[in-house]
Design a protein around this ligand. Structure first.
Ligand code: R2B
Ligand code: URA
Length: 309
């Protein structure tokens, strides 16, 4: 089947939604942080066939993932340089952002508009990141079930025009199970599904004792982390809540896959060597890379079968 036939044969495809009537009357939409715009770039031609988007905060991690996935799915010249936004590639796009909710939220507003303007359908989006684990062996990969706030509630609060709006932070459970299954097949490292706490700060916000300020004891910290664990929280990071909320609003199939760099019940400092930390950071990439490869293979198989019918 050619792409057009395949599109028609797909029983229901899922577009990327925006919820903003103002966009309809804008002649040009400038995606400022991406250096793209609807008047200056042909977004459907550049990005219309994107099916997988992987986002992460660290430039090193995202560069290494770009190279890794390109080699894995063998679509690129391995010698070529990869821009942050892989214009011209036909299967994936790549973004990095900074740390914390505001940084990823800005990127997601523009990414969602980009996918919408490009008329993308059936897009899967995964955040690959790092986290602190609770009672897990460092290096364990956590696929998030629900992202929870620092009071252990599954919600993200956005202040809009001075009023607090609550948004749901559920992620796609099927996708999470598929990723877990993929990790079992890979059998290279431990992966679990669990809730992830998303905080506004790395130190006091995550009950660390080693920040510039600390007004609580080791026991207070342990009590708090124990309560988090009782709420099903396996790891702590700083972006998942807004990621889950925004992806849900736009109808994107989304997952959060973070490796734990340390066990927070045992300490706060990152004491492992640079090499060990880097090898841990590769794990979400390996998992997501293999998942994408598996899906593309299955899709290629289906196309072959239908071509022979
Ligand atoms: C994980 O690691 C960063 C803090 O070191 C933050 O971006 C996160 O979510
Ligand atoms: N990222 C976090 O947000 N917290 C950690 O403890 C480790 C990585």
């Amino acid at each position: 089947m050619n792409p057009e036939e395949e599109k028609r044969a797909t029983p229901c495809s899922s577009p990327v939604f925006v919820h903003n009537p103002h966009l309809d009357v804008m002649k040009d939409d400038v995606l400022y942080h991406f250096g793209l715009g609807t008047a200056t770039h042909n977004l459907p031609a550049m990005f219309g066939d994107v099916k997988f988007v992987c986002v992460g905060g660290s430039p090193w991690r995202m560069k290494s993932f770009t190279e890794y996935i390109a080699a894995e799915i063998r679509m690129e010249d391995p010698e070529s340089e990869y821009p942050n936004i892989c214009a011209g590639t036909d299967r994936y796009a790549m973004y990095k952002h900074g740390m914390g909710i505001p940084s990823i939220a800005i990127m997601l507003h523009e990414l969602i508009k980009l996918l919408h303007h490009a008329h993308c359908e059936d897009v899967t989006i995964v955040r690959i990141g790092t986290s602190g684990g609770i009672g897990l062996e460092p290096g364990t990969v956590v696929v998030t079930k629900k992202s929870m706030d620092a009071t252990f509630l599954p919600k993200f609060e956005q202040v809009i025009l001075g009023k607090t709006v609550e948004r749901n932070t559920d992620l796609d459970q099927c996708l999470a199970e598929e990723l877990l299954q993929c990790s079992k097949e890979l059998n290279q490292f431990e992966t679990v599904i669990g809730n992830t706490m998303c905080t506004l700060d790395f130190y006091e916000g995550q009950a660390r004792l080693d920040g510039a300020f600390c007004s609580y004891t080791e026991k207070d910290k342990q009590d708090y982390l124990k309560k988090a664990s009782e709420a099903g929280i396996c790891n702590i990071e700083m972006e998942s809540s807004v990621f889950a909320a925004m992806c849900k609003l736009s109808g994107l199939r989304a997952a959060v896959v973070c490796v734990t760099l340390l066990d927070r019940l045992k300490g706060d400092q990152m004491n492992s060597s640079h090499e060990v930390l880097q090898s841990y950071q590769l794990r979400p990439q390996i998992l997501v890379g293999n998942y994408i490869k598996k899906l593309l293979k299955a899709k290629a198989g289906r196309s072959c079968n239908s071509a022979t019918v």
